[in-house]
Design a protein around this ligand. Structure first.
Ligand code: SF4
Length: 231
């Protein structure tokens, strides 16, 4: 891809026409997410489930434990029951508790506001040091919690962007994240991330993408490859 920044801008522009009016928050620092810790825990809950289920689990967790330090002394089974709707509730409860224990042991408090004072790369590396926090979750916290121009790559983002670019950005989500973050205009990180997820759920679905209904055909390497193959 010769001019990736320009290409990503074109894709963002085309998708914004499709999803104009979609709610794209400046950060997730709005109800019910009020802190960087909230964004981290909500993102951990969102792994391998729907937005609806993870949000409900998060709301139940916050209702049961209004302050994060209450979780440190709560029975794991009780925490797991509280987040059952998010799926993998036993594993997620264990990871969340382990993460809170590490943050407490590292900083003596249960918030992540100190990450605002670090260089973005240091904040990102600290997040990666937490159990159950991989590149996507760390990038979500960077983008939605701290307002840094990170580019989380989930399964939808990876699939759609890979098809669009003819699989030229990398073979793993992490590679695509690195490739995009190194070149994307920081102003469009958030919009492109959110729009690609919407497009992946609605049009560029895993099996049989709905190319006939897609307005990105002119920008899509995979679609064009199929067209050439069928000539
Ligand atoms: S043209 Fe087809 S493969 Fe390309 S982004 Fe659109 S739906 Fe996906």
């Amino acid at each position: 891809m010769k001019n990736l920044p320009e290409y990503l801008r074109k894709v963002t522009y085309a998708l914004s026409a499709l999803y104009a009016g979609s709610h794209v928050p400046d950060t997730l620092m709005e109800e019910p997410f009020c802190s960087v810790m909230d964004v981290l825990v909500a993102t951990m809950l969102s792994q391998a489930t729907t937005d609806r289920n993870s949000l409900r689990a998060f709301q139940k967790l916050k209702a049961r434990y209004p302050s994060w330090d209450m979780i440190l002394s709560a029975p794991l089974t009780e925490i797991a029951e509280c987040i059952r709707e998010a799926g993998l509730h036993n594993e997620k409860a264990e990871r969340i508790r382990h993460t809170l224990e590490k943050i407490w042991s590292d900083t003596g408090r249960l918030d992540l506001d100190h990450l605002r004072d670090l260089r973005p790369e240091d904040a990102y590396q600290y997040l990666l040091s937490l159990l159950g926090v991989g590149p996507k979750t760390a990038a979500c916290v960077m983008l939605f919690g701290l307002g840094h121009p990170a580019f989380p790559v989930d399964t939808h983002v990876f699939r759609v962007l890979s098809r669009l670019t003819g699989y030229s950005l990398g073979k793993s989500r992490e590679a695509v994240q690195r490739a995009v973050e190194s070149e994307i205009d920081p102003d469009i990180c958030r919009d492109l991330h959110v729009f690609l997820i919407k497009h992946g759920r609605k049009i560029c679905v895993p099996k049989s993408p709905r190319c006939d209904d897609c307005s990105l055909t002119g920008l899509c390497e995979e679609h064009n490859r199929h067209q050439r193959h069928n000539l």
